[in-house]
Design a protein around this ligand. Structure first.
Ligand code: SF4
Length: 287
């Protein structure tokens, strides 16, 4: 089922795969893991996982493929901004290359949407691009497919260097949940999203970390999006940072030059940001 999303920086979520494995501190309170073990456990457990060990089969959060969902983007007639795999990580080792290919084939064919592919495994994304050059005859990932990686603390900032190797018009960072101060090299990065953690066990976001990241974006002309402060409830702390909200988005037409903070437009196609009632799998952002 296609999902409307309440994630502030996207319109809809699309989950052709579900399930994952925790890899770094940002995963500690992964909402996708929680949902998979709670409200989505019955649904996910009906499907066999890719790797069918007894442990994996019993675990609703092991990696599962949903081939029927490959048809969803074509069924959405109006252009949308689509967050790919909010309940998983497309570049998890258990997702076969052949299925990653199928996901890319859909994105390449149904090009009226913007797709945001966020991963904590950008080195596999680079490998996938190199090994599947036939999908990208122009030698680059088309403008409507944005590639991103998560950087929650300095320890995983090496992911930025991997991401930078991808020839994408929009390379973005999700610094959420932001767990410490970050000093980043933002050359070749076209968008930064930041936010605090939410839920009962949230780790508080310090204002100085958010301001420091915003200032790095401002000094490099990188669009900055501040999603939320976080807290027990995701909206508890609001979205103000300093004296305003930060909702900047990239404009692929002007990439790789530094971009201005305005609403999205892509090659003359309109991508209106229309909010709609969110459903379960679109509740928040993982990966
Ligand atoms: S979905 Fe994302 S946050 Fe959750 S375990 Fe996988 S990589 Fe970590």
């Amino acid at each position: 089922m296609g999902q409307k999303s309440k994630i502030e920086w996207t319109d809809a979520t699309w989950n052709p795969t579900t399930g994952c494995t925790k890899v770094s501190a940002g995963c500690d309170h992964c909402y996708a893991h929680k949902l998979a073990h709670e409200r989505l456990a019955t649904l996910y457990s009906r499907q066999l996982p890719v790797v069918q060990t007894p442990e994996n089969t019993a675990d609703p959060f092991s990696v599962r493929l949903w081939p029927k969902r490959l048809e969803q983007p074509a069924a959405w007639r109006k252009p949308r901004i689509v967050f790919v795999n909010s309940m998983s990580d497309l570049f998890h080792a258990d997702v076969p290359d052949a299925f990653v290919r199928q996901v890319f084939e859909v994105m390449l064919k149904v090009d009226r949407h913007i797709y945001q592919v966020l991963t904590k495994r950008p080195s596999r994304a680079v490998r996938f691009f190199r090994l599947n050059q036939d999908l990208f005859p122009a030698g680059r990932i088309p403008d409507h497919i944005w590639m991103g990686t998560s950087v929650e603390n300095q320890e995983v900032s090496y992911r930025v260097a991997h991401l930078r190797k991808l020839p994408a018009a929009v390379r973005f960072l999700s610094c959420e949940p932001l767990l410490g101060p970050l000093d980043l090299k933002l050359g070749g990065i076209h968008w930064v999203i930041a936010g605090g953690e939410s839920g009962d066990e949230f780790r508080p976001l310090e204002e100085s970390w958010a301001l420091h990241l915003r200032d790095q974006c401002r000094s490099t002309g990188t669009p900055f999006f501040f999603k939320q402060w976080g807290g027990r409830r995701s909206k508890a702390g609001g979205r103000m940072l300093g004296d305003r909200t930060w909702d900047e988005m990239p404009i692929p037409d002007r990439i790789p030059e530094n971009v201005a903070p305005v609403a999205i437009s892509l090659g003359g196609k309109s991508h209106r940001r229309k909010r709609a009632r969110p459903e379960l799998e679109g509740a928040s952002a993982a990966a």
